[in-house]
Design a protein around this ligand. Structure first.
Ligand code: MN
Length: 293
């Protein structure tokens, strides 16, 4: 199957948006809909896409209040606007435009996410992605940690003929490595392509693979993928050819599936329902720490 192009399984229009708290207007591409199988994009369990939206100025930062997480990682990518976050492990920070926050919730923490204060006061264009990356059973109860990945830290591969740049967040592209440390093998890139440029990608055929068109539009293995659409690729080959029909930004995800049972409930992503019950009991018993609203 080497050198064989992957077929397109689906090009998915953004599902109707919903609000997460009052700050995040997201289209949930998976799990659900065309990707009803909770393991179809494993190790990526969930993708919430905040397509471009203008927020009016607000004195009170909009966002989502205190909530727990256990059993996975949240990866937040800011394309426009800035996001502030705090957690019960004492970590806090600001995700600036182009930056990524890779939070390993693992054994559990309390978390809140808001528009950053200055951005909130001025308002403006907001666009982001949050991924939930599953953890294998052996790592679900490890200690929480953070990776703050600024644009400047990302690996950068320059496409030929000034065609743009592939920013490598995790994994590797043409020998350029990304800074994120991951628990299972995966590749996460932002391909920032100039109109008319081409780029080729190869991932092992068993790696689940999809692309989100953040900006512009592109042709993926011969099929047109408009802005805000998710391209799901079949596991029947390795190759992906992208041609940017306009200046484009494409989020590329590919990873080795985690072949374990899933028990997902709200902000908990475990292997069994007993573990989900334990997570709820642990939150109620205060074992996830304390975080002021
Ligand atoms: Mn969170």
């Amino acid at each position: 199957m080497k050198d064989q192009l992957r077929s397109i399984e689906a090009i998915i229009a953004p599902p109707p948006p919903h609000m997460v708290g009052d700050g995040f207007r997201v289209h949930s591409f998976f799990p659900g809909g065309r990707l009803i199988d909770k393991k179809r994009m494993s190790p990526f369990f969930l993708m919430d896409y905040g397509a471009k939206v203008e927020f009016t100025p607000s004195k009170e930062p909009r966002g989502v209040g205190v909530h727990p997480h256990r059993g996975f990682e949240t990866v937040t990518i800011a394309y426009h606007g800035r996001i502030a976050h705090h957690d019960s492990a004492g970590n806090s920070g600001v995700i600036g435009e182009g930056d990524v926050q890779w939070m390993t919730a693992a054994s559990g923490l309390l978390h809140k996410e808001y528009h950053e204060e200055t951005f909130s006061k001025t308002g403006g264009l907001f666009q982001m992605v949050q991924l939930w990356v599953n953890l294998p059973a052996e790592y679900k109860m490890t200690a929480p940690k953070y990776q703050e990945i600024t644009t400047g830290m990302m690996g950068r591969y320059s496409l030929p003929a000034n065609g743009g740049t592939v920013e490598v967040i995790a994994g590797e592209y043409n020998g350029i490595k990304g800074p994120a440390s991951t628990f299972t093998p995966m590749h996460v890139y932002n391909a920032k392509m100039k109109k008319g440029s081409r780029a080729g990608f190869n991932f092992p055929s068993h790696y689940n693979t999809g692309l989100l068109v953040i900006e512009g539009q592109a042709t993926v293995n011969g099929e047109k993928a408009p802005a805000d659409h998710f391209v799901l690729l079949k596991n029947d080959g390795e190759g992906i050819n992208i041609e940017a029909s306009e200046d484009a930004i494409i989020l590329i995800l590919s990873g080795e599936p985690i072949d374990e049972p899933i028990a997902a409930y709200g902000p908990f992503l475990m292997n069994t329902w007993k573990e989900v019950e334990e997570a709820i009991q642990d939150v109620n018993a205060g074992k996830f720490g304390v975080l002021e609203d």
